[in-house]
Design a protein around this ligand. Structure first.
Ligand SMILES: Nc1nc2c(ncn2[C@@H]2O[C@H](COP(=O)(O)OP(=O)(O)OP(=O)(O)O)[C@@H](O)[C@H]2O)c(=O)[nH]1
Length: 203
């Protein structure tokens, strides 16, 4: 059986959202900063522990506010599909304080606008640009403690540039969306990559 999971990647301008997705899908990284102007949909299939999962990864440009209802979601083309995903990846740049504040705000808005009675949509907080560790603005322990203990969210630090912990991020993601088969997976779990690498549509 193939399961399909829809995931939204959100974060402030230039934190590396697209770089993370492209590193995961294509094993490539570019120093050139090309601002995302419209949401992009990637449709990889991922094999994990012998099971195939279809992912729909939505890479969003920075949004000003999370849509409070379905009407607002559909009125703004950039936000379409945002409220109905199975998980959120909220990315910040470990060297940029404001980008963490952005993540805080968006997370709060997601919680406030969540439809009462629906099951919780997992949120994973990602600290990107770990290779620039010397420029870190908030101690790792403080963020990790806040995110894991207080927010009850997953926390991963990665470097899209050096492909460090990118697979870990997506394995955490699959685990968090309740993939029963993946619940007892340990660090040795292996992704066999995106099977249909070229399935990328710009919407
Ligand atoms: N050093 C370093 N640079 C990175 C890393 N990830 C992304 N960058 C750089 O950060 C810049 C922005 O990367 P993008 O992937 O375009 O960021 P984004 O969040 O998708 O940007 P917008 O969608 O326009 O908001 C680019 O110049 C990347 O090369 C990383 O892990 N380390």
């Amino acid at each position: 059986m193939v399961s399909t999971y829809r995931v939204a990647v959100l974060g402030a301008r230039g934190v590396g959202k697209s770089a993370i997705v492209r590193q995961f899908l294509y094993n490539e990284f570019s120093e050139v900063c090309v601002p995302t102007t419209a949401r992009r949909l990637y449709l990889p299939a991922v094999v994990m522990n012998g099971h195939v999962h279809d992912l729909q990864i939505l890479d969003f440009p920075p949004i000003s506010t999370f849509p409070v209802n379905t009407l607002q979601e559909w009125a703004d083309a950039c936000c379409r599909g945002l409220r109905s995903v199975h998980a959120y990846i909220l990315v910040y740049d470990i060297c940029c304080f404001d980008s963490f504040e952005y993540v805080k705000t968006i997370r709060q808005q997601i919680l406030e606008t969540r439809v009462i009675g629906t099951s919780e949509t997992p949120i994973i907080i990602v600290g990107n640009k770990r290779d620039l560790q010397r420029g870190r603005v908030i101690p790792r322990w403080n963020v990790s403690h806040l995110v894991r203990k207080t927010w009850k969210c997953g926390y991963v630090e990665c470097s899209a540039k050096y492909n460090w912990h990118i697979l870990l991020l997506f394995s955490e993601l699959l685990k968090s969306v309740g993939c029963a088969r993946c619940k007892h997976v340990h660090a040795a779990l292996r992704f066999q990559g995106a099977l249909r690498r070229n399935r990328c549509a710009i919407m």
